[in-house]
Ligand binder design. Structure first.
Ligand code: HEM
Length: 524
C-alpha cells in the first residue's frame, strides 16, 4: 500500500514538473498563448473546435495577441504574410494528417488529402494542365457545356420562377448549377448530374451532403479515440453518416464508369479534341496519366478505378460546395445594393454577346470567357465576396519540418519540428492595416486603390490558399461563377424575401447557417 502510494506520488511529481518545464522553459512559452492552458494542454482548443467556435476564437486571439499565437503545446497559428504564410505555405510544409482523417475517399488518398510533398506533386502534375486558365477558357468542351447549362437549364428555370413572381431558394438553384458544371467537366455531360432539372434529386443530395458536417469533428480531431470506440461497438459518428458517404461514393463511381465507357467508345477515341460536351476532361486526363505511368493503356485496373474515384469525389465536393457558398453570399451582398446591381447589369451588357433570355435571341452565342473574366466590376464584386465571405475561412493545418522554422514578421519565434501550424483566410482578410474597414463588403476597394495598395491587398488575399497546395480548381471556380453571375444579372435584379439565419457558420468550409436564401427575381 505504502509502496503504491509512493509510486503514485512519484509519478504525479514527475508529470507536474514536466508540465511546468514544458510551459516555462521551452519555445512555447515565448509565443503568446491564446488561452492560459494552451502551454500544457490541447483540451481548450479541442473544446473550442467541438463547440464550432474555432475560426472566430482564433481570430479574436490574433487581434489581441499578435500574428503568432499558441493554441496548444504542439500547435501554433500565424496571421501574417512575411514569417507566416510565406514561410509555411510557400515553404511547402507537409499537410497535417487532419486532411487524410476525413478527406481520403474509399480509404485512398487524393491530391487534397495527401500529406507528403512527393506523391502530392506527382498527382498535381497529372492534373494542373486541364485546370489552367488558358485550358478552361479555350476548351471547346467547356464552351459547349456552358451553353447547355446556361441556355437549356439555368435560364429557362429562372425565367419561369420570374414569370410566376415566385419566391425561391436561390442557394439551392446556385448549388445545383455549380454541381452540374463541375460534374460535367469531370465526367462529361451525359453521365453528370442534372440537378437543375430535378429539384427532388438535388434536395436529396444536398440533405445527404450537408447534414454530415456536424459529425466531422471526432474522426478529424480524435481519430484514435473514434476508431477505438468503434472497434468496441461505441459509435461517435452515427451509422447514417456512413450510409450517406457510401451513397455519394457509389454515385461518383457510377459517373466514373460511364466516363470510362465514353473514353473507350468509338466516339471517345475519335473525338479527342472536339467540342463535344460529353468529353470527360478531368477523368480522361487522370486516367491517361495513371495508365501511362503504370503501363496499362486499355483497361483501368480496380486500384486505379478507386484512386481516380477518390480524386473525382474530392473535386466534385470541393468544386460545387465552395463556389455555391461564394455565389450565395455574393447574391446576398449585392441584393443590399440595388445601384450596384444596375451598374453590374450595365457592365454585362457591354459584352459582345450578352447572356440574354427572351429577347429574340436564337443563336445562343456565349460571350468570350476571356472578355468576361476582364470585366472590372464583376471581378471586384466577386473578389470582395471571396475576401469577406471566403468559402474556406478556417485554418489550413500543416506540420513544421524536422529542423523547425522561424516565424513572425521579424522572425522572432523559433518553432521546432512536428508542430501543427496553420493560417486562416478569415483573419488574413480582416487585417485593418491592409483592408480598411475590413468587416464591410466594399467592392470599390478593389477598383479605387493605388497599384501599390492593391499589390499589398493581393498578397494578403488568401481565398484559394497559396504555395504548392493552393487550390487547383480556382480557374474553374472563377469561370463558372462569372458565367452564373452574368446569366443572373444580365436579365434580372434580385430582391431578398427572407434571409433569416443567413450568417456564415464557424467551420473550415463555411456555408450559411440557414442553408437557404429566399429571393424574388425582377426582369430588367
Ligand atoms: C470558390 C471556389 C473555391 C474556393 C474558395 C476554394 C478554396 C480552396 C482552398 C483554400 C484550398 C486549400 C485548402 C487547404 O490547403 O486546406 C483548396 C484546395 C483545393 N481545391 Fe479548391 N476552392 C474552390 C473551388 C474548387 C474547384 C472548382 C475545384 C475542382 C473542381 C477545387 C479543387 C481543389 C483541390 C483538388 C484542392 C487541393 C489542392 C492541393 O492540395 O494541391 N476547388 N481550394
Amino acid at each position: 500500500m505504502t509502496l503504491l502510494k509512493l509510486l503514485l506520488e512519484g509519478a504525479t511529481l514527475l508529470l507536474v514538473s514536466r508540465l511546468i518545464f514544458n510551459a516555462f522553459t521551452s519555445y512555447r512559452s515565448k509565443i503568446p498563448a491564446a488561452h492560459w492552458s494552451a502551454n500544457f494542454s490541447s483540451a481548450w482548443i479541442l473544446w473550442i473546435r467541438y463547440i464550432f467556435k474555432e475560426v472566430s476564437t482564433i481570430d479574436q486571439a490574433h487581434s489581441k495577441l499578435g500574428p503568432v499565437i499558441r493554441l496548444a503545446p504542439h500547435e501554433v497559428s500565424v496571421n501574417c504574410v512575411k514569417g507566416g504564410i510565406l514561410t509555411v505555405y510557400a515553404g511547402g510544409f507537409d499537410k497535417h494528417p487532419w486532411y487524410a482523417n476525413l478527406f481520403d475517399n474509399f480509404g485512398i488518398p487524393n491530391m487534397f488529402s495527401t500529406s507528403a510533398g512527393k506523391p502530392h506533386s506527382e498527382r498535381k502534375r497529372m492534373l494542373s494542365n486541364i485546370y489552367s486558365k488558358s485550358y478552361i477558357q479555350n476548351s471547346g468542351t467547356m464552351t459547349s457545356i456552358t451553353k447547355i447549362l446556361l441556355f437549356d437549364r439555368l435560364l429557362p428555370k429562372l425565367q419561369s420562377l420570374s414569370k410566376a413572381s415566385q419566391p425561391f431558394d436561390i442557394y439551392a438553384v446556385i448549388s445545383a448549377t455549380t454541381m452540374d458544371f463541375v460534374t460535367a467537366y469531370l465526367f462529361g455531360l451525359s453521365p453528370s448530374s442534372n440537378f437543375l432539372s430535378d429539384d427532388e434529386i438535388r434536395d436529396k443530395f444536398l440533405v445527404n451532403y450537408t447534414s454530415r458536417h456536424s459529425y466531422n469533428y471526432f474522426p478529424q480531431e480524435l481519430p484514435g479515440l473514434t476508431n477505438t470506440l468503434k472497434a468496441i461497438g461505441v459509435r461517435l459518428v452515427p451509422t447514417w453518416v456512413d450510409a450517406a458517404n457510401e451513397s455519394i461514393g457509389s454515385w461518383t463511381l457510377r459517373m466514373c464508369d460511364d466516363a470510362d465507357a465514353f473514353v473507350n467508345s468509338e466516339k471517345g477515341l475519335k473525338q479527342k479534341d472536339a467540342a463535344d460536351p460529353d468529353i470527360p476532361e478531368t477523368f480522361r486526363q487522370l486516367r491517361t496519366a495513371m495508365t501511362k505511368r503504370d503501363g496499362n493503356d486499355n483497361a483501368v485496373k480496380e486500384y486505379q478505378r478507386l484512386a481516380i474515384g477518390s480524386e473525382m469525389l474530392d473535386h466534385l465536393a470541393a468544386g460545387f460546395d465552395t463556389s455555391g457558398i461564394t455565389l450565395a453570399f455574393y447574391v446576398h451582398e449585392l441584393s443590399k445594393r440595388p445601384g450596384l446591381q444596375r451598374a453590374l447589369h450595365k457592365e454585362l451588357l457591354t459584352l459582345e454577346q450578352p447572356i440574354l433570355i427572351g429577347k429574340g435571341r436564337t443563336d445562343h452565342g456565349l460571350p468570350s470567357a476571356k472578355v468576361l473574366d476582364a470585366l472590372p466590376l464583376l471581378q471586384a464584386t466577386l473578389q470582395e465576396t471571396l475576401r469577406l465571405r471566403s468559402a474556406i475561412p478556417g485554418p489550413q493545418p500543416r506540420v513544421t519540418p524536422t529542423k523547425g522554422c522561424t516565424l513572425g514578421p521579424d522572425q522572432e519565434y523559433f518553432v521546432p519540428g512536428g508542430v501543427r501550424i496553420s493560417a486562416q483566410a478569415h483573419s488574413l482578410h480582416r487585417n485593418p492595416e491592409v483592408f480598411d474597414d475590413p468587416e464591410t463588403w466594399r467592392p470599390e476597394r478593389w477598383l479605387e486603390n493605388s497599384p501599390e495598395k492593391l499589390k499589398d491587398m493581393n498578397r494578403w488575399f488568401w481565398a484559394f490558399g497559396s504555395g504548392g497546395r493552393m487550390c487547383v480548381g480556382s480557374n474553374l471556380a472563377l469561370y463558372q461563377m462569372k458565367y452564373i453571375i452574368a446569366a443572373l444579372y444580365s436579365n434580372w435584379t434580385i430582391e431578398i424575401e427572407d434571409d433569416e439565419g443567413f450568417k456564415q457558420r464557424d467551420l473550415y468550409t463555411a456555408p450559411p447557417e440557414s442553408g437557404k436564401l429566399i429571393v424574388k427575381l425582377h426582369t430588367v
